[in-house]
Design a protein around this ligand. Structure first.
Ligand code: HEM
Length: 150
């Protein structure tokens, strides 16, 4: 497989893991878990998000490296504007992810360990807001990818 095709493969599978996981968390797990008591709901989210955010950490590195490689291979002057917009919004998504992982999720983990449910609920709401933001941006970036073809 040529290096460009391999990069596109890694780019697209990583995007699938990230955006698909956010869709599942927000639109499937969140409504299903909402009827649980805080002492059940918050440890469930802490365990599920801990695993998901680790996978997203790997996905973010792969998206960045593969995307930059493909941009370099195209040559910056030949790169269409939707790809520049993709890179810009992609970096905003990565910074938002970093905040969710290293600020909000850490607070959630500490609160669950201390069995402090009100603090845990506030921290989880912080993660929820970032996931909503990144899910919308993710769909916009995928629309930009489609715009390259049209
Ligand atoms: C730093 C961030 C990023 C950079 C530098 C980047 C760059 C690129 C480049 C150069 C291509 C190849 C286009 C082609 O060969 O036609 C591409 C494809 C693609 N990217 Fe990104 N990207 C980034 C982030 C993202 C993110 C966050 C998403 C989705 C949420 C995304 C979704 C896609 C999709 C769906 C394609 C396939 C387009 C196609 O080939 O038809 N990218 N990206």
């Amino acid at each position: 497989m040529k290096l460009y095709a391999l990069s596109l493969f890694l780019h697209l599978t990583s995007v699938t893991v990230w955006v698909g996981g956010m869709f599942f968390a927000y639109l499937c797990l969140r409504p299903a878990a909402s009827s649980l008591k805080p002492e059940q709901r918050l440890p469930l989210w802490e365990a599920a998000l801990g695993r998901f955010l680790n996978w997203v950490g790997i996905a973010v590195v792969l998206i960045l490296l593969s995307g930059l490689y493909m941009m370099m291979a195209m040559g910056p002057a030949n790169t269409p504007w939707p790809i520049h917009a993709m890179a810009g919004l992609g970096i905003v998504m990565m910074l938002a992810f970093g905040h969710a992982r290293f600020a909000s999720y850490r607070r959630l983990r500490r609160a669950v360990q201390a069995q402090n449910w009100p603090d845990g609920a506030r921290a989880l709401d912080g993660v929820r807001r970032i996931v909503a933001f990144n899910l919308v941006l993710g769909f916009i970036v995928i629309a930009l990818a489609a715009a390259i073809r049209g």
